[in-house]
Structure formats: structure tokens, C-alpha cells
Write a protein that binds this ligand. Structure first.
Ligand SMILES: [Zn+2]
Ligand SMILES: [Zn+2]
Length: 237
């Protein structure tokens, strides 16, 4: 057991936190480890798709389809996407938003354990792929204190999945204020390879907004020799 995991267990044993969604005290050791009471955990396990996208989900980005078939409108804009297929678990709305906030900002590692386990289900749909975590913005770690995607990557590795940290993000102006097209433009060349790109890479990220980050990472990996790049995210916006 990693020292970090041991610390987690000890802290939860002596100072048990509440459920990350409803706040109920977590009494069972399994509950504390996943940061959720049993009813909340069950409801989250029932929701969220890890299944291969069919008619209900876009075959590329994994978002639910409304009236379209096979692919959503933005994904039809081109057919040469570098990141060719994406799975995303939950919509970034309502209680799911709360879930990410508790994980990200309150550093609820129990929720991180739960989310990583759910994400592992997505990852297993891509056998022979090596997981590549999307690197954080420079300076972000200093500000937020930690890298929540890296935590997921560590847990996924614990689940027996291969992980390679071979990307670095160069500093860029903040993405939030830009529209979709400018985001794509702004992100081009913002990611560089720091190691060998796996032949088949599965990018790991927390939230997919426009998908521009995944696309830019995929472009860098392809430039470095990756043949196929896909992605797995916790939330889609
Ligand atoms: Zn609960
Ligand atoms: Zn799509």
C-alpha cells in the first residue's frame, strides 16, 4: 500500500467525512473509501454510460444525441479528428457538478477513488491502449494545491491499467474566455511530448468542455508517432 493510501485510511478512520453528495455521515469503511453513502453510490453507479456509444450517444465525443444519428453536429464538422473516440461518464450538471466540486476543491479523495473506479470501466473498453493523463496548466498546481487528474491516473494504475505521463502543457492565456474555434486555435502547439508516445493512447481528463484540449493533446501524440488516440473523461459539458 502506498504511504498516501495509508494516510487516507487513517484519516478517514479517525476523522470520517460525510457523503460527498448528500452529507450523511459515512460509517462503513467501504463508504469512506469511496466518499459516498450507499444510496448515493448506487445512484451514481446506475447513471453514467461506460457502454459503447450506440444510437443514443455520439460515436465520436460520447455526448448524448438529441435528434441526430451517429454523430452530434460539432463532431460532423470534420472527419479527421485526432482524438477519434471519447467516452464521458456524467453530464456536468446538477449533482454531478457538485460531485466534481467536492472532489476538486474540497479534495475529497474518497470521491476520487470512486470516480477513478468508474473511469476504469471506460478505459477497459480500450484494450491495448496506454493511458495518458492530460497535464495541468503551468501554475495551476501551485494555485489549486494539487492535480486531480494525476490522482485519477494513479488510481487507474492501481486498477492495473498502464499509464504513461508523456505530455507537458506550455503556458497559454486562459481558455475560458475564448469561443470554440479560438480555443482550438489557442491550444494548437500548447502540448509537447516529453517521452515516447504510445502507439495507442487513451487520454484521461476530468471535464470535456469543447473537446479542444483532448484534440490538442491527441495532435501532439500523433505528431510523436501515436497511431490511434481516444479519450476518457469523467464529465462532459
Ligand atoms: Zn449520500
Ligand atoms: Zn459528438
Amino acid at each position: 500500500m502506498e504511504p498516501r493510501t495509508l494516510v487516507f485510511f487513517l484519516r478517514e478512520f479517525f476523522f470520517p467525512g460525510g457523503c460527498g453528495l448528500c452529507g450523511t455521515a459515512l460509517l462503513g469503511p467501504g463508504e469512506a473509501w469511496q466518499g459516498l453513502c450507499e444510496p448515493c453510490r448506487e445512484s451514481l453507479e446506475a447513471a453514467g454510460g461506460t457502454e459503447t456509444p450506440g444510437r443514443e450517444r455520439c460515436g465520436r465525443c460520447g455526448r448524448p444525441l438529441i435528434s441526430e444519428q451517429d454523430r452530434c453536429l460539432p463532431c460532423r464538422e470534420r472527419d479527421d479528428w485526432n482524438c477519434e473516440s471519447i467516452r464521458a461518464l456524467y453530464p456536468y450538471t446538477g449533482k454531478y457538478r457538485k460531485l466534481l466540486a467536492a472532489y476538486k476543491f474540497e479534495k475529497n479523495l474518497g470521491l476520487g477513488n470512486f470516480l477513478a473506479r468508474r473511469l476504469a470501466g471506460c478505459c477497459r473498453e480500450f484494450p491495448d491502449f496506454t493511458l495518458v493523463p492530460v497535464p495541468p496548466r503551468p501554475g495551476k498546481i501551485r494555485k489549486a494545491g494539487w492535480d486531480q487528474v494525476e490522482y485519477l491516473a494513479r488510481r487507474l494504475k492501481d486498477e492495473g491499467l498502464p499509464v504513461r505521463r508523456c505530455l507537458r502543457r506550455l503556458s497559454s492565456q486562459t481558455q475560458k474566455k475564448l469561443d470554440r474555434r479560438n480555443r482550438l486555435k489557442n491550444l494548437e502547439g500548447r502540448f509537447v511530448l516529453t517521452g515516447t508516445a504510445p502507439r495507442r493512447a487513451l487520454l484521461i481528463d476530468d471535464v470535456m468542455t469543447t473537446g479542444a484540449t483532448l484534440e490538442a493533446c491527441a495532435a501532439a501524440l500523433k505528431k510523436g508517432g501515436a497511431e490511434q488516440v481516444c479519450g476518457a473523461c469523467l464529465f462532459y459539458d
